[in-house]
Design a protein around this ligand. Structure first.
Ligand SMILES: *Cc1c(COP(=O)(O)O)cnc(C)c1O
Length: 400
């Protein structure tokens, strides 16, 4: 073993000893809707996808994808600013802007890259970034990587945010970033209050609505639509397309000047290959399906509410989430992994989420629902949790 590999092996061993090793499970087959899957030879019900509306294999979206691949090919061949910006990308950007009621939108290959882009273009050394403690890793990385002074405020604590904003005087070079729906907790940020706190100052607000887009709001435009906030309230809106939209990619929506600045200056936009145009075409169809089939939004939210009420009936604590993300706090890392493994043995695939993804001592099951689940499947999961609770495998730490 080379000396470099020996060092890496030592670090891996340390991670394993701490019970923090991560492991991928290979999905060998997926039935339509993506709920019944075969994983490592075992048939099970999946409760871990972010495909909240069950659109990832929707026949209309798959057909749009295939037709576009035949017409445009697979690869875009270049970055957007060279020759990779096709008519499908362009039309999608216009439709996305309209969907979220913003003047303009810019398509990115991933949400991670979109968040890096915003922070890099808006702030730098000498500026300030303020973030909710429980923000997604991509927002934290974006803030840290921007070179600006970085501070976190207590989760959803608008008073703490206001105090931070007033402490050193917020300028237009202060960037406030928050998840719309928190990815590991499922709760919705107090967006009206956060927006009001920022509007009282010159600070810019970015809302990352990766988990609200497609799910919340009268038209499925997300947590920001639900809160009734326009582009003046939330000048920078980032949404991803690989979750409820069922495809891949992300976009930032805002003023024409903001979007033009990202296009001109963001390195994670400029120096990367454009998404395959067929993915853009599929996403265009996905927006139409979201409009035509609003029952998907209602159904997934009904499943979440049913599950939450079921947890209470079992005497288990739930988190204050009304979204498809319904965590069951366990506490200790190994306890959460044990419950996840026991569920898997019974044919339920529910991941254990451990630090550093969540704060130490708050390891949990992250249950997610989809419009493809049936109410019977929700009941089956509750019954499995009931059995694990009775047998003592599932216990919640007092602090959790
Ligand atoms: C998934 C996610 C992202 C990253 O989006 P990708 O397109 O998967 O890179 C960003 N922010 C939040 C809150 C997310 O949940």
């Amino acid at each position: 073993m080379s000396r470099a590999d020996a060092r890496l092996a030592e670090e891996l061993a340390r991670q394993a000893a701490a019970g923090r090793s991560r492991r991928r499970r290979t999905v060998e087959a997926r039935e339509p809707g993506g709920v019944r899957v075969t994983v490592e030879g075992r048939e099970c019900l999946s409760f871990c996808s972010n495909d909240y509306l069950g659109l990832a294999d929707h026949p209309r979206i798959v057909a749009a994808f295939c037709a576009a691949a035949r017409r445009w090919g697979v690869g875009s061949g270049a970055s957007h600013l060279v020759s990779g910006h096709d008519a499908e990308h362009h039309a999608l950007e216009e439709e996305l802007a309209q969907f979220v009621a913003r003047p303009r939108a810019l398509l990115f290959s991933t949400g991670y890259m979109a968040n890096l882009a915003v922070a890099a273009v808006l702030v730098g050394r000498g500026d300030r970034v303020l973030e909710d403690r429980l923000n997604h890793a991509s927002l934290l990385d974006a803030g840290l990587g921007s070179g600006a002074r970085f501070a976190r405020f207590t989760h959803c604590d608008v008073a703490a945010l206001r105090a931070r904003l007033s402490k050193t005087g917020a300028t237009a070079r202060t960037l406030v970033m928050t998840d719309g729906v928190f990815s590991m907790d499922g709760d919705v940020a107090p967006l009206r209050e956060v927006a009001a706190a920022c509007r009282g100052t010159a600070a810019q607000l970015l809302v990352d609505d990766a988990h609200g887009f497609g799910v919340l709001g009268a038209n499925g435009a997300g947590a920001v639509e639900e809160a009734g906030l326009d582009v003046d309230d939330v000048p920078i809106l980032m949404c991803t397309l690989g979750k409820a939209a069922g495809t891949f990619g992300a976009f930032v929506a805002g003023s024409p000047t903001l979007i033009e600045s990202l296009l001109q200056r963001a390195r994670t936009y400029i120096y990367t290959t454009a998404l395959p145009p067929a993915v853009a075409a599929a996403t265009r169809e996905s927006l139409r399906v979201m409009r035509d089939e609003p029952w998907r939004r209602s159904l997934v939210l009904e499943h979440a509410a049913r599950f939450r009420a079921g947890l209470t009936d079992l005497g288990l604590a739930s988190l204050p989430s009304r979204t498809p993300i319904q965590p069951v706090l366990v506490g200790a890392d190994d306890a959460a992994v044990n419950v996840s493994n026991a569920l898997f043995e019974q044919g339920f695939w529910v991941p254990a989420i451990r630090p550093p993804t969540v704060p130490a001592g708050t390891a949990r099951l992250r249950v997610t629902f989809s419009a493809s689940h049936t109410s019977t499947q929700v009941e089956q999961l509750l019954a499995a949790l009931r059995a694990l609770r009775t047998s003592g495998v599932l216990r919640q730490a007092a602090s959790a």
